[in-house]
Design a protein around this ligand. Structure first.
Ligand code: PGA
Length: 252
């Protein structure tokens, strides 16, 4: 059976000291508990290397929060896919709602980033989901369909060749950092819809894993994971607190 994924996105938080301390605590738990799922920690880029130094002999995987849309060259301030690869990065987020709505990135940026990552053999955790307004107007499925269609159309060649390099993370924007989570019935219906939409695009995509993200806590993690078609969790706030992140890893 393929592994479930628990990923912790630290966003733009912490210090070098707190990142090292958090990593050490997760490392200890992973060694002790021998989790069968894949644990991914996603620190700010500047802390990737010190974190990698701590986890490199462990089963913990390293994720980056962002990648340049360009190959190496004169792009001040950017970090390329090959640099991430060189630093031991296994996964990278693309399309996170904060990058869509605060940094104003769009589908064409995401498409270039997906290519740069797949070219460098880094797995893409592609985030998508509807805003509160879309949700209130009952447009959740319509938005999901549009976002997924664009992703698969813009990256058709790469994704058909390397479907296992893509992980999809459904994160309703209104659930991120708010304490709100879709109801169990909503989740069942949405994840069935996502699974069907992806599978209908090409049967090669049937093995693409689906994660849920948005206000995941130790209290709701296990029921979220029991939802059909949810293969893992993408955790923001709770991944910054070692005990909460470890509790989530342990409850599932
Ligand atoms: P949250 O963030 O767990 O704090 O809601 C999730 C995310 O942004 O990936």
């Amino acid at each position: 059976m393929s592994k479930k994924i628990i990923a912790g996105n630290w966003k733009q938080n912490g210090t070098l000291k707190s990142s090292i301390s958090l990593t050490k605590k997760v490392l200890q738990a992973v060694k002790k508990e021998k989790y069968t799922h894949e644990i991914v920690i996603i620190p700010p880029s500047i802390f990737l290397l010190p974190v990698k130094d701590l986890i490199h002999k462990s089963k913990i995987k390293l994720g980056a929060q962002n990648v340049s849309a360009f190959n190496d060259g004169a792009y001040t301030g950017e970090i390329s896919g090959s640099m991430l690869k060189d630093s031991g990065v296994d996964y990278c987020l693309v399309g996170h709602s904060e990058r869509r709505h605060i940094i104003n990135e769009d589908e064409s940026d995401f498409s270039s980033k997906v290519s740069r990552l797949i070219d460098n053999d880094i797995k893409v955790i592609y985030c998508f989901g509807e805003t509160l307004n879309d949700y209130k107007n009952k447009k959740t499925k319509l938005i999901i369909k549009r976002q997924l269609k664009k992703l698969f159309l813009n990256n058709k060649n790469n994704l058909k060749k390397h479907p296992s390099k893509l992980i999809l993370a459904y994160e309703p924007v209104w659930a991120i950092g708010t304490g709100l989570v879709p109801s169990p019935e909503e989740l069942v219906s949405i994840f069935k819809y996502i699974r069907d939409t992806v599978n209908n695009l090409d049967k090669k995509y049937a093995s693409i894993k689906l994660l849920y993200g948005g206000s995941v806590t130790p209290d709701n993690a296990s029921s979220l994971m029991d939802t059909e078609h949810i293969d893992g969790l993408l955790i923001g706030g709770a991944s910054l607190i070692a005990k909460k992140f470890i509790d989530i890893c342990s409850t599932i």
